[in-house]
Design a binder for this molecule. Sequence first.
Ligand SMILES: [Zn+2]
Length: 396
Amino acid sequence: MKYFLEVYFEPIRHYIHVKGMIHNSVSNKFYLNENFTILNATSKCEKIAFHMNKEQPHPAFDKVSRPIIFDTENNEIEFEYEGTVPEIIADINQIDENIIELSSYSGWYPKPANFEVDFDFELNIKLPKGYEVVSNGKIVDYEHIISVQKETDIALFASNEVERYEYDESNVKCTFLCPSEMIEQLEQRAKDIIQANKIFVETFGNLDMKSGVTEIVSVFRPRGGWGYKRGNVTFLSAELGKKEKQYKYDYHELAHGWWKIANVTTDDWINEGGAEFSAYVAAKHIYGAPYAQKYISNCIEEITKSNDNVSIVDTDYQSQQRYLNHYIKPTIMHINAQKIFGDKRVFDLLKKVFTKYQNTQNATTYDFLSLCDDDMRIYYEKYLFANDWHQLNYTI
Ligand SMILES: [Zn+2]
C-alpha cells in the first residue's frame, strides 16, 4: 500500500488541509481524526460515497480517530479533507503556531484499520517559511518532499523554534533539531555515535556502500511530553534531552545498518537482537563495565518476572512478547554466549551471518544455526527454542 499526500498547514489556525491518494489499499475502511471533514472522495475518477462513523468506539491505538468507510471495491482511493488540531493529543501531537508534531496519535492521515499494516508514503508539505522539518520519511529535497518504505506510521515534526545541527563523519550523519541552547551538548552525543560506528565496523565489517550513509535523527521539541521512535528518528522533549547522558538507543538504531538482514517475522530476533546486542557492546565500551552490568541486571529482571510461555522463534511481529523475546532475550543469549565461548567466537559468528545475508536480507533462524560450530549450535538452539526461560541458566 502506498500513500501520496499533499499537506498544507496554517499553524496559527491549527489548520491542516490534505489532498491524497491511497494506492493498493488493503480495505475500504480507514481511521481519521473525528475533527476533520472529508470534502470529497473518488476512485478511478468516479465520485464515491463515504461516511465517518462518529459513534463507533475508539480504536485501541488512539482516542481521536473514527472509522471512515469509502464506498468502493477498488483499491485506488483519492480524497481531500481539512480540519484543525486545536489540542495537544496524547501529550505530544499538535498543530500550534510554532510547533507541528504529528504521528499516529492524532489520526492526521487515514490509517488502515489494522495498525500493523506497513505502507510506503510520499509527502509534499507546504509550511510557512522558516520551519525546520523532520520525518521518519526521507527528505528528498528541501522543498519537503519525503518518501519512505515500509512504515506503520507517518511522523512529522516542524518548528520555527528549533535549529538544525548536523555532524558528519565516517559514513554516519547525525542530525539534531533542538532549541538553540541545547546545541552545545550535541557534539558529544554525535561523537559517541561516531565512536559506536567505529566499534561496529571493527566488529562486524564495513557496510556495503550501496546502503549509503547511516543517518541518526533526533528531535528535541521545545516543550514537554514523552518520547517515541519511528524508524531512525527519535522524538523527545528538550527537557528529557537535556537530562540524557547515555545514548544506547541511538547505538541501537545505528546498529540496524548491519542488523536488517532478516524478514520482520519470527526471524526478526536476528535483527532486533543483533541491534540491541551491538548497542550493548558499544555502550559497554563507551560507558564502562558498571553501565553494562546494570543493563544486564535490568534485562534479567524483565525475563525473571515475565510469564514466559512462547519461544523466541515462535514470537511474531504482532506478539505482546515481541520486545521481551526479540530484543531482551536474544541480547542476553549473545552476552551469555560471550561468557561461554569468548567474545571472539561470538563476534566472528555474527560477522559471518551479517556478511552472508547483508545483500539478500533473508536470513532465517535455520540459516543462523547452520553457520554455527557444533557446540555453539547446541547452545543457540536451546535458548531459541525454549518455551520457558525460567528453566535456563544465564547468570551473567
Ligand atoms: Zn530495532
